[in-house]
Design a binder for this molecule. Structure first.
Ligand SMILES: Cc1cc2nc3c(=O)[nH]c(=O)nc-3n(C[C@H](O)[C@H](O)[C@H](O)COP(=O)(O)OP(=O)(O)OC[C@H]3O[C@@H](n4cnc5c(N)ncnc54)[C@H](O)[C@@H]3O)c2cc1C
Length: 470
C-alpha cells in the first residue's frame, strides 16, 4: 500500500530539515536512473530524496521508514554498472552526499572519512600524507568511498597484489535497519581476528546497514613504473596473464588490456597512433624507486618470453597519461555512443582464454539482437574478463535492451559457474539471484535471505536487490 506522501514528507522534514527533503519530479527521476541502458519505470521513482547530515538523522529516517513500511535505498553516487544503483521499490532515497568529513591520524596509522566523499577527493587528501587509497575505479571522480566499500571493489588493482578495500578497513560507523548506530572494528593498527562485524558489513551492498564513516589504514604511497606491451591479439594477452600466475611472477599493481577494437578507439581518442592488435598496460609498484625499477625489469624479462611484439617502460608521464587514458576513452566510447551490455567473468586463471573465447562467441551470436559489436577491455590481470555487447544506437526499444541484458548476464553467469568464478567488482547482487542459486544452491540463497531478515525484518534497506529484479 502506498504511504501518505504528505505525511511522509512532513515527518522526514522534521528529522533532516525541510531543505534536505526533495519531492519534485525532476529530482526523483535523477535518483531513479542508473547506468543500465533502459528507461526508468514507475517503481524506480522515489517518493522522496533526503540528504541527511548525521548518523542520528539516518537513524531517525530508518525508524520512520520502518514504522510506515517504506523502503529506503542508499545512494552513494549511483554509478554501479549493473543495476545496484537503481531503487527497485518506491520509497525514500538516502543521499550520502553530506557525509564529507576527513581526518587523518598518521600517529595511529589510519584515516577516517565520511561515506559520501568522492574517491578522487579522498585520494587528494591522502596525497598530503604520502598515502595511497587502495580503490581505483574508472569512476573515481564521481563514485563515493562509501559506495566502493559497500561493494568492496578495488577495481583496477590486481587482487593478488592488493586484495580488496575491505582488507584495509579497520572499522566502520554504521546505522542498522532498526536505527541502531553501531561502531565496529578497532582504533589499533592491528585488525581484530575472528568473528567481527566490520568484515561482515563491508561488501554488504547496502542490504544490511548504511555506512556513515570508514576508518582505513594509511598505506605509504608506492613508486610506480609503467609498462606498455603490444600484442598481435587479445588471446596473446590472455596467455600472458595465465603464464604470469603459473610461473608465480610477482603480479603488478595494475594489469589492464584493450582488445583489438578497443585499442583502436581508445588510442585514436587520446591522439596516439592506433595499434594493429591488442594492448596490455601494467604498473609495477614498490616502496623504493630502485626496487620498483628492478621489479619492472624482471617483469619485462618475463614479458619478453611472451608474444609481445613491442614493449617498453614508459618514463614520460604525459605519454603514460595518454596510454592509460585510452582505456577510459574506450569505455566512454561504448557507454556514450550506444547501448552497452557488460559482463564480468572471473574464471580460474588457467581457464581465462577458454572463458574469453566462449563469451566472445556468445556475444557475437546473441539470440536477442543480431550482429552486435564485441568489445573487451579492463582488468585482465585481476583476473576479470569484461566482455561487452555494443549496439551503436541508443534508440532501440526497451524490451530489446532488457532481453539483451538478460542474455548477456545469463551467459556470463553460466561461464562463472562452469569455470569456477564468482565476479569481483561492479556490485552484482541486484542481478545475482539466479547465479547464487546455480552456483551455490537454493540453501545458500535461503541463508542470505534469512540473514537479511534477521537484521532487517521489514526489508527496509535496498528492497528488491536480494530478490533479483528481473
Ligand atoms: C565510468 C565508470 C567506470 C567504473 N569503473 C569501475 C571499475 O573499474 N570497477 C568497479 O568495481 N566499478 C566500476 N564502476 C562502478 C561503480 O563506480 C563502483 O561500483 C562504485 O564503487 C560505486 O560507488 P557509488 O558511490 O556510485 O555507489 P552507488 O552506485 O550509489 O551504490 C552502490 C551500492 O552500494 C550501496 N551504498 C552506497 N553507499 C552506501 C553507504 N554509505 N552505505 C551502505 N550502502 C551504500 C548502494 O545502496 C548500492 O547498493 C564504474 C562506473 C562507471 C560509471
Amino acid at each position: 500500500m502506498s504511504p501518505d506522501e504528505k505525511t511522509l514528507k512532513r515527518k522526514l522534514a522534521k528529522i533532516v530539515g525541510q531543505e534536505y527533503v526533495f519531492t519534485d519530479k525532476s529530482t526523483a527521476l535523477v535518483y531513479a536512473k542508473d547506468t543500465m541502458p533502459w528507461d526508468v519505470e514507475a517503481h524506480n521513482i522515489p517518493y522522496s530524496v533526503v540528504r541527511p547530515g548525521s548518523s542520528e538523522e539516518i537513524s531517525g529516517v530508518l525508524k520512520l521508514a520502518s514504522k510506515m513500511g517504506v523502503p529506503v535505498h542508499t545512494h552513494g553516487s549511483g554509478t554501479s554498472l549493473v543495476g545496484l544503483g537503481r531503487p527497485k521499490a518506491r520509497g525514500v532515497v538516502l543521499d550520502m552526499g553530506r557525509f564529507q568529513e576527513f581526518k587523518a591520524y598518521p600517529e595511529r596509522g589510519y584515516f577516517e572519512v565520511g561515506a559520501g566523499m568522492h574517491i578522487g577527493n579522498v585520494r587528494k587528501k591522502l596525497n598530503l600524507y604520502n598515502s595511497m587509497l587502495p580503490v581505483f575505479p574508472g569512476s573515481e571522480l564521481i563514485a563515493t568511498i562509501g559506495g566502493a566499500v559497500s561493494v568492496n571493489t578495488s577495481a583496477h588493482a590486481v587482487d593478488a597484489t592488493l586484495c580488496k578495500p575491505g582488507d584495509y578497513v579497520l572499522g566502520l560507523e554504521v546505522v542498522m535497519p532498526d536505527g541502531t548506530v553501531l561502531k565496529t572494528g578497532t582504533e589499533s593498527a592491528r585488525k581484530p581476528a575472528g568473528i567481527e562485524m566490520t568484515k561482515f558489513l563491508v561488501g554488504s551492498e547496502g542490504l544490511l546497514c548504511v555506512i556513515t564513516k570508514i576508518r582505513m589504514r594509511l598505506i605509504p604511497d608506492p613508486w610506480l613504473t609503467n609498462i606498455v606491451a603490444y600484442y598481435p591479439s587479445t588471446e596473446d594477452i590472455l596467455d600472458t596473464v595465465m603464464a604470469m600466475y603459473k610461473k608465480a611472477v610477482h603480479t603488478p599493481l595494475f594489469f589492464e588490456y584493450l582488445d583489438e577494437k578497443s585499442s583502436r578507439v581508445g588510442y585514436e581518442a587520446v591522439g596516439l597512433e592506433a595499434p594493429k592488435g591488442a594492448v596490455a598496460m601494467m604498473s609495477i609498484h614498490d616502496s623504493t624507486q630502485k626496487g620498483c625499477r628492478e621489479k619492472a625489469n624482471e617483469f619485462l624479462d618475463f614479458l619478453k618470453e611472451t608474444a609481445a611484439e613491442d614493449l617498453a617502460i614508459i618514463e614520460d608521464e604525459q605519454k603514460w597519461k595518454k596510454i592509460w587514458g585510452s582505456r577510459s576513452e574506450a569505455g566512454n566510447y561504448v557507454y556514450r555512443l550506444g547501448s552497452t551490455f557488460g559482463s564480468e567473468i572471473t574464471p580460474k586463471v588457467n581457464k581465462l582464454k577458454l572463458a574469453f573465447q566462449e563469451m566472445k562467441g556468445h556475444i557475437l551470436n546473441l539470440q536477442s539482437y543480431k550482429n552486435p559489436e564485441f568489445y573487451s577491455f579492463g582488468h585482465i590481470g585481476a583476473p576479470t574478463i569484461h566482455a561487452y555487447a555494443f549496439i551503436p544506437s541508443k534508440t532501440i526499444p526497451n524490451d530489446i535492451k532488457r532481453n539483451v541484458a538478460l542474455e548477456v548476464r545469463t551467459k556470463s553467469e553460466d561461464l562463472n559457474v562452469k569455470y569456477g568464478g564468482c565476479g569481483g567488482e561492479w556490485g552484482l547482487t541486484a542481478q545475482r539471484v539466479n547465479f547464487l542459486k546455480k552456483k551455490y544452491g537454493q540453501e545458500y540463497y535461503d541463508i542470505l535471505v534469512a540473514l537479511k531478515k534477521s537484521l532487517d525484518p521489514k526489508n527496509i534497506l535496498n528492497r528488491g536487490n536480494l530478490e533479483g529484479w528481473f
